[in-house]
Design a protein around this ligand. Structure first.
Ligand code: ZN
Length: 383
């Protein structure tokens, strides 16, 4: 397949008019100029690496908790609409027994060959190892301290597909952090009430990832600086950002961008099962929630419970807030997540020999076409 007449965003430069040659799963060549060979005419639209969402619970009626192989696949088939080509599916806090069940289902899904749609890189386990003081929509009765034996068990059930674990650093003495690093699971501190200086213990052990900065954590209090402050102060730490314009106001998005820079931000959705569905009443676990536009709130209290925005929406919000260079935007949507998840050699940027994970966007950053490992998984028929 040839994609021609595109404005191609490479890691360090933009080709104003060029074409990509794709064979099987990979990009074979990227060339400046045009070609007479038969190809898809991109009419001057943007060509970016496919988006990588390292923290998404669900959407299109599916979430981790209700997933089986077919439903996980339904999700993978639908996220192409948002420009996503790779993602980590996130679980929330459940009982130990129920978590056994869902991780086994997930393991079965992951071991299936012949994948359709976007490709799941693994699970992001968010809970139960989090702080009751910053529990968000997690059930406080089910929270426990980080536990190596339980983690081992779930990862076995998941057929070794747990890629990220969010946990509260203050609930362990560093041994859990060490265990994760030694077992190639990305440690991510979040849902925590820790003090900024308490983060040093885990940072020195190698923690370089923070779960949805500002949301579900101790914040900027000048007498009691929390994890948000430590995350901003440590230059080598990547922060997940829910840039839906609801979880963080534009002024905060700007502050994060100015402090961290594009090299250390990873845009996520944190979306739940109602993403991509009409407004109305849905459930997170047993809790009824109301989805209104991109917003999802608990039915009883009106408190924000989860996210309902699509990835491309979050990309547009961040872009329109900070108007960064496109070469910087792709770090926040693809490159940084690929590096954190150890798949950067294969994906995350457009280069010969990398996987053909590609999103085509119009001038307003609306998704026109998504290609995952050389397969077209979404096409906007209007263009
Ligand atoms: Zn989450």
């Amino acid at each position: 397949m040839i994609l021609k007449n595109g404005k191609i965003v490479l890691e360090h430069k933009i080709i104003e008019k060029g074409y990509l040659v794709i064979h099987d799963k990979k990009i074979i060549d990227i060339v400046e100029g045009t070609t007479d060979e038969f190809g898809v005419d991109l009419k001057g639209n943007w060509v970016l690496p496919g988006f990588i969402d390292c923290h998404v619970h669900g959407g299109y009626g599916v979430d981790f908790e209700t997933g089986d192989t077919n439903r996980f696949e339904h999700f993978a088939l639908n996220v192409g609409k948002e420009g996503i080509t790779k993602y980590c599916q996130a679980s929330i806090t459940n009982s130990l027994g129920f978590t056994n069940k869902i991780y086994k289902e997930f393991g079965d899904f992951m071991s299936k060959s012949n994948k359709q749609g976007a490709i799941c890189l693994g699970a992001h386990m968010e809970g139960p190892f989090i702080s009751p003081a910053k529990k968000g929509a997690h059930d406080p009765k089910l929270l426990i301290n980080p536990d190596i034996e339980i983690t081992k068990h779930w990862n076995e059930l998941a057929k070794n597909n747990i890629k990220i674990i969010t946990y509260a650093g203050e609930l362990q003495d560093g041994s859990y952090t060490k265990y994760l690093i030694e077992n190639d699971i990305l440690p991510s501190i979040g849902h925590t009430d820790m003090l900024a200086q308490e983060f040093d213990k885990d940072w020195k052990l190698g923690v370089k990832h923070i779960t949805h900065l500002f949301n579900g954590m101790s914040g900027v209090d000048h007498y009691r600086p929390g994890l948000a402050v430590a995350a901003l102060n440590h230059d080598d730490v990547v922060v997940e950002v829910i840039s839906d314009g609801i979880h963080l106001q534009p002024e905060i998005l700007k502050m994060i961008f100015d402090h961290k820079g594009p090299d250390k931000i990873s845009i996520i959705t944190d979306a739940m099962n109602a993403k991509g569905l009409p407004d109305g009443e849905y459930k997170i676990g047993q809790l009824p929630v109301i989805k209104t536009g991109m917003k999802v709130a608990l039915k009883d209290s009106g408190v924000l419970a989860a996210a309902g925005a699509t990835y491309d929406h979050n990309v547009r919000v961040y872009y329109n807030t900070c108007k960064m260079e496109m070469t910087d935007l792709i770090k926040m949507t693809s490159i940084n997540a690929a590096k954190q998840l150890n798949v950067y050699e294969q994906t995350g940027s457009l280069a010969p020999n990398k996987l053909a994970d590609i999103v085509v966007l119009d001038k307003n950053l609306k998704v026109l076409k998504t290609i995952a490992e050389g397969r077209v998984i979404f096409e906007n028929n209007e263009y």
